[in-house]
Design a protein around this ligand. Structure first.
Ligand SMILES: [Zn+2]
Length: 234
């Protein structure tokens, strides 16, 4: 007569595989989120570069407005200069015009610097766009691999669940209920073997009577220390 726990050992092997696959399925969304996060860094770097260019354009616009104001002043000074009544007045306008031209010239110098910076910023943006595109390519590839893996795991899981149905059909319902409770409770093993007079679940030394009883198919023996079902196979 086969020991009734032998079928449970097979069932347990199946249940452990099922649990492992279920864990993997559960972890896939988090793995996907991690992959998505990799993209965030590249997106932030690109938007920073775009912001820098925007600020540069605004600064440039501001300088142009300032230069425009001074140009208008020069036009006004030149008109007033022509209407000057005295040499002193004439010279005063001349000085004002020279001062305004000096300001315009320094504004133009700053404009040149900003335009050079804009060119550099555009290059950085192009580089970061390329980087982002590459990252996106890598990420979609990784996500595809995860999708494929998910399908594979789901198929394996379905096959194992079918196996489980076939195995449980050979186990008495009351024993199965005990096993299910214990397996869920322990999270690793519900049925363990006696190995060299020890429980292989908790590794405690078992009394001779227990190791003996665990040989007997007619007896359901429970480890006193960890509560797992014991089977002694020889
Ligand atoms: Zn034990």
């Amino acid at each position: 007569m086969a020991h009734p726990l032998e079928a449970l050992l097979v069932l347990q092997e199946t249940d452990r595989k099922i649990a492992k696959l279920q864990r993997e399925i559960r972890d896939i969304p988090a793995r996907k989120a991690d992959i998505e996060k990799q993209l965030e860094g590249a997106k932030i770097k690109l938007s920073q570069a775009r912001e820098a260019l925007k600020k540069n354009a605004a600064d440039l616009k501001q300088l142009e407005v300032e230069a425009g104001t001074h140009s208008e002043k020069i036009i006004k000074y030149k008109q007033q200069q022509m209407e000057a009544k005295t040499n002193d007045q004439y010279r005063a306008f001349l000085q004002e015009i020279a001062a305004a031209e000096k300001v315009i010239s320094s504004l133009e110098d700053r404009e040149i610097v900003l335009m050079e910076q804009a060119e550099a910023a555009k290059k950085v943006i192009a580089e970061r766009e390329t980087e982002l595109k590459e990252e996106e390519g890598g990420v979609s590839e990784e996500k595809e691999m995860l999708e494929d893996r998910l399908k594979e795991v789901q198929e394996d899981l379905n096959a194992l669940i079918a196996d489980r149905g076939r195995i449980t059909a050979t186990v008495s319902p009351s024993l199965l209920a005990k096993y299910d409770r214990l397996f869920a409770n322990k999270g690793d093993f519900a049925v363990v073997q006696v190995e060299k007079d020890h429980c292989s679940g908790c590794h405690m030394k078992l009394p001779p009577q227990v190791t003996n009883d665990a040989l007997n198919p007619a007896k359901l023996v429970i480890c006193n220390f960890c509560g797992r079902m014991l089977i002694h196979l020889r």
